[in-house]
Design a binder for this molecule. Structure first.
Ligand code: NAD
Length: 259
């Protein structure tokens, strides 16, 4: 039962790719959705429009997830608009790929700032809101649900992407430690580790047939994932159907991490 009726959700970096699919899916399940974007307000407004066209509720807010005060304002705007907050999906992430010997400190720091510090900042605001919210079983059995979008590279190495893999490895422990800490407040924290999903971030790996064929050799299920594959998992984790699921990482990867 993935109904999210009466709930309010915030999805970071949801003007494109996996975040946009999650925003749409949560709205289809009945949640009101705050679509966070950093650049490209047009794409964020397209996501809002598509949700509203399907009868859902959404609005867009610009914020840099790596900036403490912008994250605070993002949460304030979201809670003010909807009067509550039930679901937070930390999704905004970037890559700045380089071989180690060539990796600049800026490439290292930018990835850690957005992918790891950004998740910490969102998690902290989320937990502050959730812990003030009284559990209303007619809306949800939990006081709040926090979902981190990690990656198969939290587990499997990725040569040439050490900054990205390190940030995702950090998310793995962030998930478990926060989950253990806030579960007594009936806040559920979980992560999703997507494998290769067709989005802008990894276009070079699937757009050309020869690259896609090489990628498929890494995926036992023999298909490249779609943003909706991840969105379905997020909607389930956010719902009461997953009420006893705490501190886990759900791999949505066609078996990629099994190698
Ligand atoms: P994407 O580039 O479409 O989405 C990333 C989003 O984050 C973009 O909308 C971007 O504008 C936003 N963003 C970037 N920096 C930001 C900032 N400082 N503040 C706010 N927003 C910011 O790529 P995607 O594939 O949809 O990636 C979403 C998440 O999924 C990322 O965390 C990524 O690491 C993870 N992921 C993707 C794949 C894949 O194969 N596509 C696999 C595993 C994990």
């Amino acid at each position: 039962n993935t109904t999210l009726k009466g709930q309010a959700a915030l999805v970071t970096g949801s003007s494109s790719g996996i975040g946009a699919a999650i925003a749409r899916k949560l709205a289809q399940c009945g949640a009101s959705v705050c679509v966070n974007f950093y650049s490209g307000p047009d794409r964020a407004n397209d996501v809002v429009r598509s949700i509203v066209a399907e009868g859902g509720q959404a609005f867009a807010v610009r914020a840099n997830v790596a900036d403490e005060s912008e994250v605070r304002q993002l949460f304030e705007q979201c809670a003010a608009r909807f009067g509550r907050l039930d679901i937070v999906v930390a999704n905004a992430g970037i890559q700045r790929d380089a071989a180690l010997a060539d990796m600049t400190l800026d490439q290292w720091r930018t990835v850690i700032d957005v992918n790891l510090t950004g998740y910490f900042l969102a998690a902290r605001e989320a937990v502050r809101y959730f812990s003030r919210q009284r559990v209303d079983p007619s809306v949800s059995r939990a006081a709040g649900k926090l979902i981190f979008i990690s990656s198969v590279h939290e587990l499997i190495p990725w040569a040439g992407h050490a900054n990205y893999a390190a940030s995702k490895g950090g998310i793995m422990q962030l998930t478990k430690s926060i989950a253990q800490e806030v579960a007594p407040q009936r806040i559920r924290v979980n992560a999703i580790a997507p494998g290769a999903i067709k989005t802008h971030i990894n276009r070079s790996a699937w757009e050309q047939q020869d690259a896609a064929d090489r990628l498929l050799q890494l995926i036992p299920y023999n298909r490249i994932g779609e943003p909706d594959d991840v969105a379905e998992a997020a909607a389930w984790l956010a719902s009461d159907a997953a009420d006893y699921v705490v501190g886990t990482t759900l791999f949505v990867d066609g078996g990629m991490a099994l190698y």
